[in-house]
Design a protein around this ligand. Structure first.
Ligand SMILES: [Zn+2]
Length: 259
């Protein structure tokens, strides 16, 4: 399947589906050693149909998680991107791509916390998960949204800080677009990432390589479309966070200046 054809599929995914069907399910990894971080080698595995899967626990939706679910369902931008992902999954299944285990009805698995590092919000694709609840519900997905804090220098931004600054929706939308590429490209995403060699990230003032540029450029471009459609959900002022170090404040101002 050529990249162009997949992009055409991607761009044809403009039909919004029922928002109520965009179910978010909160999960956490079942750790082998609960004192250690949730790195892949520390997550319990289960074997299903000869396939090794990461074991996750479906969490009851209460307290903070209930608040997060409300924030997700209240955000038209996030719901819009969930809808696009479901369309992409539908298109992928129609043309027999089947690049991932996810179908249009697979709920979106979300982990909120810092067990998986301090890299900020991200989506893991090709992360073979079997999530199980106490009452026996099982969800098989290859995609996990990680709502992690973001550590830059000596400062840590929590997801709630992004929310309070009106930056959460575009951040989540951007990451979900990475997930959408994972829905369409499946394991090819791993190959693409593996070919990225610059390791320079993708800040506006750096020159990266074509593989990372393609992955990030697609998510950025799609994010811009979502921003245009749902502009009211986003602040156009710089993040103002009392715990920001001078170094970090400079970084935000610098990178904005170079956009
Ligand atoms: Zn990105």
């Amino acid at each position: 399947m050529s990249i162009l054809f997949r992009l055409i599929i991607l761009l044809s995914c403009v039909v919004l589906v029922q928002q109520s069907a965009n179910e978010v399910v909160f999960v956490e990894a079942e750790l082998i050693d609960p004192e250690m971080p949730a790195l892949p080698r520390n997550i319990r595995k289960v074997v299903v149909n000869d396939q090794k899967l990461f074991a996750f626990r479906i969490l009851p939706v209460k307290g903070d998680l209930a608040d997060w679910r409300t924030k997700f369902s209240d955000s038209e931008m996030i719901q819009f991107v969930f809808g696009l992902r479901r369309q992409a999954r539908l298109q992928a299944s129609k043309v027999d791509l089947k690049p991932s285990a996810d179908s249009p009805d697979t709920p979106f698995l979300v982990y909120v916390g810092s067990d998986m590092g301090l890299g900020g919000p991200a989506v893991a694709s090709n992360f073979r998960i079997m999530a199980t609840s106490d009452d026996g519900r099982q969800i098989r997905s290859d995609s996990l949204m990680v709502m992690a804090p973001l550590k830059i220098g000596s400062s840590i931004m929590q997801p709630i800080d992004f929310y309070n600054q009106k930056y959460l929706a575009p951040l989540v939308a951007h990451e979900l677009f990475h997930g959408l590429m994972g829905d369409l490209y499946g394991t090819k995403m791993i190959e693409m990432k593996a070919r990225s060699y610059s390791r320079k990230g993708h800040a506006a003032d750096r020159i990266t390589d074509e593989f990372l540029a393609f992955i990030e450029g697609t998510a950025e471009a799609m994010e811009l479309v979502a921003l245009e459609v749902h502009a009211s959900e986003v602040s156009n002022t710089l993040i103002d966070y009392p715990h920001l170090t001078d170094e970090l404040r400079d970084l935000f101002v610098d990178s904005r200046g170079n956009d």
